[in-house]
Write a protein that binds this ligand. Structure first.
Ligand code: AMP
Length: 424
């Protein structure tokens, strides 16, 4: 099946051709005609399914096909949980909309606000934003959302996990009523909270699901190597070196852990970089670019930093530490084996993490094969000190760490207030 049959305009088909896409992915086949038809959509799709083009293409077409009563008003708003995802969605809009006269802007925290204000002032049709920075603009009256015709919530499950529900509610209060707009909600998982949000936001939605709920792609080979905590780094370096892995994404639970591991790997002679919420946007973008170019061989990331990263055909993902939240395991290993390629997800699991592993296997509804590597056998005398789930206020009581955007808004405010006091 080709893109021609979906009802997309010549300008969009041309841009699609220039991207080198020959046929639509399943989510695109299902979502594009419904969105063109003006329907609200609740879509279950993970990163890697082509979901971004699935909503961006019909959104561009609908905006182009009609005019707004107000010139240069924001007519489409895409909310994303992280800066990286916002930037990627912005890039997709630019790429697919290159033959259309529509303007777009991307706004997120961690960078200067003034250039964003300037861009908004000049007028944009499509705005991609993370909720916190969007509300900062709304507070300063530098953004007007009263003319929004299409609202997209991308990776809605992650936005809820990150404690953004209050911010989302505030944003909704700035938009026209749901009957007057088209709303599209994309989520990798359909929890009770997502269903509640969908009930409130969507009007007679079409339900689309392409990836089975909480399952991992069969093409990803998964293995657990039981190993003592203190020997994990040595084993990781050994695996990368002896298997000659050229591009490895490694997950740690904490920002500090990511930094430390990247430094240790460098000492082992492996080019490594860490990305997490404490790194500046510039540093994160640079690390990702160098990783994609092959200059950096090992990218060490926390869950939130890695969420939504568009890295294609990644052959190896390593869980240096298992995530506190089992769903994150699914997201992590979803980075590998994309676009029909074979992928391998390796987890280094110490005795402290056995409970986390059991939770993951329960979610997957299957056991992950365990392979003890010679020379790295766990010491049976070492007793478990189970990993504590860290709890945040307002984050549904689930363990979380990560970027600035993971912190509830109140805390972000108070930190910047402290910064201002210090500066004063
Ligand atoms: P997404 O799930 O939106 O993050 O997209 C994952 C990747 O698939 C991106 O690199 C897209 O450029 C790519 N992609 C999207 N649609 C297609 C398509 N129809 N054919 C080939 N690649 C695609």
């Amino acid at each position: 099946m080709s893109f021609d049959t979906l009802g997309l305009s010549a300008e969009l088909l041309r841009a699609i051709g220039e991207q080198g896409y020959t046929e639509p992915t399943p989510i695109q086949r299902k979502a594009i005609p419904l969105i063109l038809d003006g329907r609200d959509v609740l879509a279950g799709a993970q990163t890697g399914t082509g979901k971004t083009a699935g909503f961006t293409l019909p959104l561009l077409q609908r905006l182009h096909a009609s005019t707004s009563p107000r010139r240069r008003a924001i007519r489409a708003l895409v909310l994303t949980p992280t800066r990286e995802l916002a930037a990627q969605v912005g890039d997709s809009i630019s790429a697919y909309g290159r033959h259309l006269p529509l303007r777009s802007a991307v706004i997120f925290g961690g960078v200067k606000i003034n250039p964003q204000i300037e861009k908004l002032r000049r007028g944009v049709d499509i705005l991609v934003a993370t909720p916190g920075r969007l509300l900062d603009h709304a507070g300063q009256r530098t953004v007007d959302l009263s003319q929004v015709e299409i609202l997209v919530l991308d990776e809605a499950d992650r936005m809820l996990d990150m404690g953004f529900i209050h911010d989302i509610r505030k944003v909704l209060a700035l938009l026209p009523a749901s009957a007057a707009r088209q709303t599209l909600l994309f989520s990798a998982t359909f929890s009770k909270e997502i269903k509640q949000l969908a009930d409130r936001l969507l009007d007679g939605p079409e339900l689309i699901e392409v990836a089975r709920r909480n399952t991992t792609a069969e093409r990803i080979a998964q293995v657990v190597h039981p190993v003592d905590k203190r020997r994990k780094r040595e084993l990781l370096s050994h695996m990368i070196g002896s298997n000659n892995w050229r591009q490895v994404l490694v997950f740690t639970r904490t920002k500090h852990g990511a930094n430390r591991l990247a430094q240790q790997l460098e000492k082992d002679g492996l080019r490594a970089a860490a990305i997490h919420g404490n790194k500046s946007q510039g540093a994160r973008t640079r690390a990702l670019a160098e990783f994609k170019q092959g200059k950096v061989r090992v990218l060490v990331a926390t869950d939130i930093a890695a969420r939504g990263l568009d890295i294609d055909q990644l052959p190896h993902v390593v869980n240096f530490e298992l995530p506190n939240v089992p769903e994150d395991y699914v997201h992590r290993i979803g980075r590998t084996g994309r676009a029909g390629n074979e992928g391998e997800a390796v987890s280094l699991v110490c005795v402290d993490e056995h409970k986390l592993l059991r939770d993951i296997e329960r979610l997957l509804k299957r056991e992950i094969p365990k392979v003890v590597l010679e020379g790295y056998e766990p010491d049976p005398a070492i007793r478990a000190e189970p990993v504590q789930e860290k709890r945040h206020g307002g984050v549904r009581g689930r363990g979380r760490q990560g970027g600035d955007q993971a912190r509830p808004r109140q805390q972000r405010r108070s930190r910047s207030a402290r910064g201002q006091r210090r500066a004063a």
